[in-house]
Design a protein around this ligand. Structure first.
Ligand SMILES: [Zn+2]
Ligand SMILES: [Zn+2]
Length: 174
């Protein structure tokens, strides 16, 4: 059983199990913000997906536009990074027909619900850049005093250059 009983990404597709193969249902989602798991919050989450009855289960495909809450690698402040996730997943039914050798998703025919939260979490993390930034031109933190340079300048820059060295530099550059 899923431990995430309060997922807001659960959809009742029980009716698809009785429907002829090829039957599909288009679903639209739009959440201003949604906590998909303990480590993933998306703001907003919008898009469409199709759920289709196939001989192997229920096939889900679609595309969501979203932005994931993470931390900026330069200034360490919260960053909201836009991502697009592409759903393309088969939920095996009956579940025991799922391949044993991989982490296949299964469709629980008893409840009739598919919880997209684990899939959306996985795809969101895959799409998150390795070095997320709060904004493309984030100035980061001062290496010396730790000041967030997006918020204010510090005096380190000027103090950093010894006046004598500056003079030498200007001679060399000249
Ligand atoms: Zn930043
Ligand atoms: Zn500084």
């Amino acid at each position: 059983m899923s431990t995430n009983n309060f997922s807001r990404l659960r959809f009742n597709f029980g009716f698809l199990l009785e429907a002829p193969l090829g039957t599909s249902r288009l679903n639209e989602i739009s959440y201003p913000t949604i906590r998909v798991s303990e480590d993933v919050t998306l703001t907003p989450l919008q898009g469409q997906f199709m759920a289709t009855r196939t001989s192997e289960g229920v096939y889900v495909n679609g595309r969501f536009q979203t932005a994931i809450h993470t931390e900026c690698v330069r200034c360490l402040e919260d960053a909201l990074v836009p991502i697009t996730i592409q759903l393309d997943e088969l939920y095996f039914y009956p579940p025991e027909h799922a391949p044993q050798d991989e982490d296949a998703y299964t469709f629980d025919g008893e409840t009739g619900f598919i919880d997209l939260a684990p899939l959306v979490r996985e795809l969101s993390l895959l799409e998150t850049p390795m070095q997320p930034l709060c904004k493309p031109d984030c100035q980061g933190l001062c290496m010396i005093c730790g000041q967030n340079l997006n918020e204010a300048d510090c005096d380190c820059k000027e103090d950093n250059i010894d006046p004598r060295l500056a003079k030498l530099r200007s001679l060399l550059d000249g």
